[in-house]
Ligand binder design. Sequence first.
Ligand SMILES: Cc1cc2nc3c(=O)[nH]c(=O)nc-3n(C[C@H](O)[C@H](O)[C@H](O)COP(=O)(O)OP(=O)(O)OC[C@H]3O[C@@H](n4cnc5c(N)ncnc54)[C@H](O)[C@@H]3O)c2cc1C
Length: 283
Amino acid sequence: MVTEAVTYPTTPTEAAAVKKAGALPYAGGTDLMIHQAENIRNGQCPPMVFLGGVKAFHGITKGNNELRIGPLTTMAELAASAQIPPILSLACNAMGSPALRNIATLGGNICTASPAGDSLPALYTLDAEVKLVSPASVRRMPVHRFITGPGKTALEPDELLAAITIPVPAQELFHYRKVSPRVANAITKVSLAVSLAVDDEIVRDIGIAFGAVGPTVIRCSPIEDVCIGLPLHRLYRDRARLAAMARDSVKPIDDLRSTALYREAVAANLFAEFLETLNHPKP
Ligand SMILES: Cc1cc2nc3c(=O)[nH]c(=O)nc-3n(C[C@H](O)[C@H](O)[C@H](O)COP(=O)(O)OP(=O)(O)OC[C@H]3O[C@@H](n4cnc5c(N)ncnc54)[C@H](O)[C@@H]3O)c2cc1C
């Protein structure tokens, strides 16, 4: 039988209860419908719970200590938002095509847990957390702990992603690059996100994350540790060594989109390209 019902809850706990009863959460549907296509063709699609009616899942709000983004916020809304760190806007704007960005959501991108998910490297560098709700509980965890493998998350069967939070103030300098065969509607071969906080040209904090070069997004903590406390011109001067470290950090595979060798080389080049932007006049 084709989809029994698309349920339309209006609160997070109602929605989580419907999921607990066996329904598939449905946000923009741009990933879900592709994965369910075979089931739909065979008339065996399970019931779905459409999350669009849950008001608390929409919108962006800024508190004193953190920015809160509802999981139903679309990529187009995020790409146009002046409230969020620019690196997340850039990443969301690099996704799919305008039509897709108008319907695809941040929550769907995170729950799909693809290593090529374009919002993820930015979220990793921003130390984003996810808030999960079930009918009986609420818990939070860093996004890098939430995503446990390709297509795998820490979501329990009765849980929904209810919010994404980013500490404020976030870093103030950002760099984002996505490499793909076309500008639109192309899955990432390699991406790099860097978020930096700098005091008087000295790196106070830095987040570096690569997409599509491992089973999950790879955050490069060893390189971050080397960079913290150094002046920007030293990062520029040491760019060959740091780019080699980037190459060693990634764990790509050969697949239909690219080869491991190409991805390793591109990851190192993308990082070197970022370091080139730090070419300051100081000796
Ligand atoms: C043509 C095309 C191009 C694409 N290009 C890109 C691209 O360039 N970059 C990229 O990263 N992705 C791309 N995608 C993939 C997809 O569009 C994104 O991953 C998108 O963000 C998914 O969001 P959605 O709202 O459509 O999720 P949905 O399809 O509705 O859901 C995705 C998954 O998350 C679950 N889910 C959704 N919301 C929640 C929630 N709140 N709690 C718990 N589970 C939830 C669903 O059950 C499902 O398993 C593309 C897809 C298509 C069809």
